[in-house]
Design a protein around this ligand. Sequence first.
Ligand SMILES: Nc1ncnc2c1ncn2[C@@H]1O[C@H](COP(=O)(O)OP(=O)(O)OP(=O)(O)O)[C@@H](O)[C@H]1O
Ligand SMILES: [Mg+2]
Length: 254
Amino acid sequence: MSKVLTISGQRGGSGKSVTALNLAVSLGLYEKRVLLVDCDPQGCVSEWSGANATGYPFDLASVLTGKATTIEAISKTEFTCLDILPAGFNLFQVALKLSRLVANEKILRLLMEDIRNDYDFIILDSPPSYGYLSIAALTAADWLLVAVPPRDQWVEDFHSLLKSIQYIRQTHDTRLKIAGLLFNRRQSLEEIQEGLTDQHLAGTRNLIYDTIIPRDEAVDQAINKKIPLVLNDIKSPAADAYLQAAREVILAFT
Ligand SMILES: Nc1ncnc2c1ncn2[C@@H]1O[C@H](COP(=O)(O)OP(=O)(O)OP(=O)(O)O)[C@@H](O)[C@H]1O
Ligand SMILES: [Mg+2]
């Protein structure tokens, strides 16, 4: 049975999509079977993985509207280690329509049941704001990996996120758990803890991944080339960090 992880965070531009793509590819490089599900109408991971360039017959919107099965909508990417269920802007309209129906965010979880035995990991990239798609992605997942942006108020953000998770667990009857907090564009754990009291950190320290993703211009270079960073420049500091983070994720599940 695959481990289903949603990459989420409370802020836009947290590094969710960069993390979803590069973690997915890194897990693939460690010979895990990985599916990346794009739950964001911005379609960033679809574009950055090259899926948009070649075009794809179906996408997540097709699955949510019954035009294709989940299996039919999965595309191979040109990278052997990665399959993708892509998304594009049409997902926005579909989500808007679906959000008017009562309590149906569970549909994504149900639609993924058919493929849960085909992959070791299913990674979902969430959209920036809380709405139908992010709740659907959280409901579909068993685990939440939080991409934490370089903000001093990250503890407050995390506590609000915990409240949202609590709410989703109760209203959608899920067992969503926190896999960990992955800090993005930071140098060290000391920098992350600066200015925080022990009381602030209580309960979160043990959730923080040892790996920290550094600020690295190689990230944008890879985005511009539409090639995942860990494949475009495996020796770059951020690629190295994503490979380490993937090892931590694998170890946590073994
Ligand atoms: N480690 C990094 N080093 C340098 N720049 C980074 C790094 N991670 C992310 N970025 C920059 O931040 C931008 C936003 O990242 P990303 O798209 O992953 O965030 P997001 O949380 O998915 O955004 P959204 O909320 O819009 O979905 C990237 O386009 C890139 O320019
Ligand atoms: Mg994104």
